[in-house]
Design a protein around this ligand. Structure first.
Ligand code: S3P
Length: 446
């Protein structure tokens, strides 16, 4: 992997030479969070290789330490975690989840069941994000959680003996599903079952299995049903984290847009709950090839090769949204360079991400000369094959910043992204990797 760069507040991204080469992407963010949490909860030693060393996962790591995990970082980039066997220590200070919704929501399931007392907070963005979606089901399980205005962080939690729940997710959220499954596993009694009407990422189910937990999974007409029995001991495991498909999406999109490009991204997680972006890109007419497919730590992994070619507009149906939710901002950028209209519906969840991503995408596209309509639950982008360029505000959201950097590599006048440091949330080496592939970038401090 390429080197991390110092904090950069702004980035100018220019059109230029084709992007060519073979690169890897940093580890999967969702899987890294879960590996750290399960390492904390497990009995014995957990070894995590290929973990994402970025701000979000550092929040989880710090919290795991505060809850009693002993964590060592090896020189060759592995984490060695000695777990607590489920006996969480009372943290001496507030648990700071930073910008990370996954940390706050998924750790909450464990904390509510096992920590004597804890307070969770986060940055300004996280403190505006909805927490009732986890507080409500956990409260039904017997948890004692107080929240600011009843629904926002900071959250104060008094650990309690929880009971199992049979719960149908009202929003398609892997974070909520995971919080409930973890709480159910650590509960005092009663089986916990979660039904998800729409499939969401299933890394929790896969990784719990790797930690020796029996997870019962059924595909029913009402959706996927996942059941766990309490009292099962997590056993420390060796986890190899695949490359993050959501980070790879930016490189793939750049290769699809910049004339003459051909890029291979190696070792990327290809779990079917995460590959909606690749399927959508195929429908837009891009040439995407998968190779070297294999299974690592319960997840399908492979190499993705993309070559530049013309794109056309497509419809994104609500049912496919969970499989590409984090890739919708960069898909909107691709749509701007496509010929024809791209419509996304059923994606209201975008409004409650790190920023309101529907508003941020629409504002950003307009600033670079693209026509876009905003809907409550999505957007319509009117692609004209080319894009003028301009300046865009990231709103402190890593995926908005990287999406518009990609736009700059193909827009006539390039794109200036204001608020670049947030890229460190999930992909600190992004600019360096783009440059390695041949992109022209120029950083500056505002
Ligand atoms: C995540 C689930 C998704 C996703 C987020 C990571 C996870 O959020 O957008 O980036 O690791 O479980 P929701 O659970 O809110 O859908």
């Amino acid at each position: 992997m390429t080197e991390k760069r110092p904090l950069e507040q702004g980035m100018r991204c220019f059109p230029g030479s084709p992007l060519r080469g073979t690169v890897a992407v940093p580890g999967d963010k969702s899987i890294t969070h879960r590996a750290i949490l399960f390492g904390l909860l497990a009995e014995g030693r957990t070894e995590v290789s290929g973990w994402l060393d970025a701000a979000d996962c550092r929040s989880s790591l710090q919290i795991a330490r505060m809850l009693g995990a002993e964590v060592a970082e090896t020189d060759d980039g592995r984490l060695i975690i000695h777990g607590t066997a489920g006996n969480l220590r009372e943290p001496e200070d507030v648990l700071d989840c930073g910008n990370s919704g996954t940390t706050m929501r998924v750790f909450l399931g464990a904390i509510a069941a096992r920590a004597p007392f804890a307070v969770l907070t986060g940055d300004g963005s996280l403190r505006r994000r909805p927490m009732r979606r986890v507080i409500d089901p956990l409260t039904d399980m017997g948890a004692a959680i107080s929240a600011r205005s009843g629904r926002f962080a900071p959250l104060a939690v008094q650990g309690r003996a929880l009971r199992g729940i049979d719960y149908t997710l009202p929003v398609a959220s892997a974070q909520v599903k995971s919080a409930i499954l973890v709480a159910g596993l650590l509960a005092h009694d009663g089986v916990t079952a979660v039904t998800e009407p729409e499939a969401t990422r299933d890394h929790t189910e896969n990784l719990l299995t790797a930690f020796g937990v029996h997870v019962k999974r059924a595909s029913l007409p009402a959706g996927n049903r996942i059941e766990v029995e309490p009292g099962q001991v997590l056993r420390g495991a060796a986890v190899a984290v695949p490359g993050d498909p959501s980070s790879a999406a930016f490189l793939i999109a750049a290769a699809a847009l910049v004339p003459g490009s051909a890029v291979t991204v190696t070792g990327v997680g290809l779990n079917a709950t995460r590959t909606g972006f690749l399927r959508a890109l195929g429908r837009m007419g891009a040439q995407v090839e998968l190779g070297n497919l294999r299974k690592v730590s319960g997840e399908v992994v492979g190499d993705i090769t993309v070559t530049h070619g013309p794109l056309t507009g497509i419809e994104i149906e609500p049912a496919e949204v969970p499989s590409l939710i984090d890739e919708l901002p960069v898909l909107a950028v691709l749509a701007a360079f496509a010929e024809g209209t791209t419509r996304v519906r059923g994606a209201a969840e975008l409004r409650v991400k790190e920023t309101d991503r529907i508003a941020a995408v629409a504002e950003g596209l307009r600033s670079i000369g693209v026509q876009v309509d905003e809907a409550e639950d999505g957007f319509t982008v009117y692609g004209r094959g080319t894009v003028d360029g301009g300046a865009v505000d990231s709103h402190g959201d890593h995926r908005i910043a990287m999406s518009f950097a990609v736009a700059g590599l193909a827009a006539r006048r390039g794109v200036t992204v204001h608020g670049w440091d947030c890229v460190n949330i999930s992909y600190p080496s992004f600019a360096a990797t783009l440059e390695q592939l041949g992109a022209s970038l120029q950083a500056w401090s505002e």
